[in-house]
Design a protein around this ligand. Sequence first.
Ligand code: SME
Length: 150
Amino acid sequence: MTDYKLLNQQLLALTEGVKEPVSNLANASALLFYTLPDLNWAGFYLYKNDALLLGPFQGKHACTKIAMGKGVCGTAALQGETLVVPDVHTFPGHIACDGASNAEIVIPLYVGGTLYGVLDIDSPVYHRFTEEDRGGLEAFARTLEAVLNG
Ligand code: SME
């Protein structure tokens, strides 16, 4: 079980006094990837020119551009809400970047009232993300938004 309170504190400590978004997103992805068990990918897609572009991440190389409304990431971004997918093979239009992925959670990020991007986390374990993970990761995302907001 992940200690999400501690994870949040670590994010705050890592980002304290750092203004550069790329540095903070890179460290946030590494923190997630090396703290949560059973992940094969953790990172960000950033909203630009009405699409999602690959941002800092940990894991295998991934698709660089996702259209709004496409895949789990584009759907979560368009709907503006977290998507928890217990089995990605049943998600219509799922984009398979890493064949090892079987479950996924995507949380949209908002900064200054507008879409900033998404946090995307993949696992080889079906049903990997519980309600507790969703709550903890949404809290992590809210902290990150505050950091990005400066
Ligand atoms: N599976 C995602 C694409 C990104 S990779 O998982 C890193 C999707 O369907 O949007």
